[in-house]
Design a protein around this ligand. Sequence first.
Ligand code: ADP
Length: 173
Amino acid sequence: MSGAGRPRVAVCPGSYDPVTYGHVDIIARAAGIFDEVVVGVVVGSTRKSYMFDAEERIRLLQDSVAHLDNVRVEGFNMLVTEYARQVGACALVKGLRAISDFDYEFQMAQINKGLASEIETVYLPASAKYSFLSSSGVREIAVWGGSVDDWVPPNVVAAFRRVAGTHTEDEEE
Ligand code: ADP
């Protein structure tokens, strides 16, 4: 992919709270295009709260992409363009779902281009079966005890069970 030059590195940024099969699909497809993919997990941000702490979001992702040789997962706590520069990336790769993603993503792409003109934002269309899948949707289903087996890897299903168990124990105290 890189020819004789430097390896072409992409960053797949996100909060991954938690990772879904939609994310894994985008990461795997990015791994087929670029020499190296760094999955950057937002650690702390302007967003108030996460269901899973950064350590767990990273661990769940690492397990879920362990089969992809040229992918690594890390936390980051800075501007995404700054982080991309730090890891030597030439592109940010993001998944684009329904039309609702477009407005925000188009805005972010312009802003990031202004901050780092050498870094391109590359959008991969969500696969049809995951085009309505979001971490927030999955959290909502899981919180109410619904099955999320079709949407998240088994380790995430187990993590949801642990959270539910903790809540039940809390309530019993
Ligand atoms: P955010 O917190 O900004 O919504 P996420 O952590 O949910 O970001 O997602 C990270 C990236 O994965 C984003 O580019 C998002 O568009 C993409 N993504 C999330 N869910 C899917 C999906 N089901 N199919 C394709 N891309 C997705």
